[in-house]
Design a protein around this ligand. Structure first.
Ligand code: NAP
Length: 253
């Protein structure tokens, strides 16, 4: 097998937040298969240890809550000391809360903002402090189809993902001059725990298949290629972009 050297990320150290399951776990597996050392993150130590035990390669875990500033600062410092300097950060941790906007509570608004947006600022800033000092690094923010479009019942989620797209551009503006490339990856409808209620809703599921040019729900593995590209030297001149991996959904009416 031959691979172009521009895509070689063997030996890099990558942290994937929210990687005890779902998309984060699949991205962690993909980075391991590409030869990276990978640090898994989540809030539940047991779940994280189980996920790590099922992965091949050089896997580490770091338990911290990405919404808590002091925990993030301590977590990143500890990871760099124990595992080594981070080359790649994937800001993936996120959540969904579905409710009509008129019924959405203040507490839920702050919770979803903290988990989907503030987390990327906190973890990104902490990692970038070190990456900019070293003069290189790759940060990939997991955005969403909903960085571009909304539908009823998910306005707060769409607000967080739209803002994450702009935070990606802002990070690019601030950190690009210091050799750190920041980009986003925007998954379409992917089957995970987060979307289980939608997958199990037959009418909604059929709508997703009809509405997606690829004619199916996405699989977590569908997202791996995009992340490997954005983490590799092949993307050294790509900055502030969101790569939508959605079976074509954002391109059609
Ligand atoms: P998921 O299955 O619910 O997994 C979420 C992960 O994030 C879990 O590992 C969870 O672990 C972790 N997490 C949640 N809050 C955290 C916190 N405060 N600190 C640290 N870790 C935390 O979700 P998913 O479907 O894989 O989604 C992953 C990302 O992709 C999210 O940003 C989501 O918005 C985005 N996305 C998903 C889809 C989709 O169709 N699934 C589409 C577009 C975008 P613990 O609970 O153990 O902490």
């Amino acid at each position: 097998m031959t691979a172009h050297p521009l895509f070689d990320i063997g030996g890099r150290i990558a942290l994937v937040t929210g990687s005890s399951r779902g998309i984060g776990l699949a991205l962690a597996r993909g980075l391991l298969q590409a030869g990276c050392t990978v640090v898994l993150n989540g809030r539940d130590a047991d779940r994280l240890a189980k996920a790590a035990s099922e992965l091949p390669g050089d896997v580490h875990t770091a338990v911290f809550d990405v919404t808590d500033g002091p925990s993030v600062a301590a977590g990143i410092a500890e990871v760099e000391e124990r595992v080594g300097p981070l080359d790649i950060l994937v800001n993936n941790a996120g959540m969904q809360l579905r409710a009509p906007l008129l019924d959405f509570t203040d507490a839920d608004w702050h919770r979803i903002l903290d988990t989907n947006l503030t987390s990327a600022f906190l973890v990104g800033r902490e990692a970038a402090r070190r990456m900019t000092e070293r003069g290189h690094g790759k940060i990939i923010n997991i955005c969403s189809l909903q960085s571009e479009v909304a539908r009823p019942g998910i306005a707060p989620y769409a607000a967080t993902k739209g803002a994450l797209k702009m935070l990606t551009k802002g990070m690019c503006a601030d950190w690009g001059p210091h050799g750190v490339q920041v980009n986003g990856l925007g998954p379409g409808y992917i089957e995970t725990e987060l979307t289980r209620p939608l997958v199990e809703d037959e009418e909604f599921s059929a709508w997703v298949r009809r509405r997606t040019p690829a004619g199916r729900w996405g699989r977590t593995e569908d997202l791996v290629g995009g992340v490997l590209f954005l983490a590799s030297p092949a993307a050294d001149f790509v900055g502030g972009q969101v790569l939508y991996v959605d079976g074509g959904m954002t391109s059609v009416l």
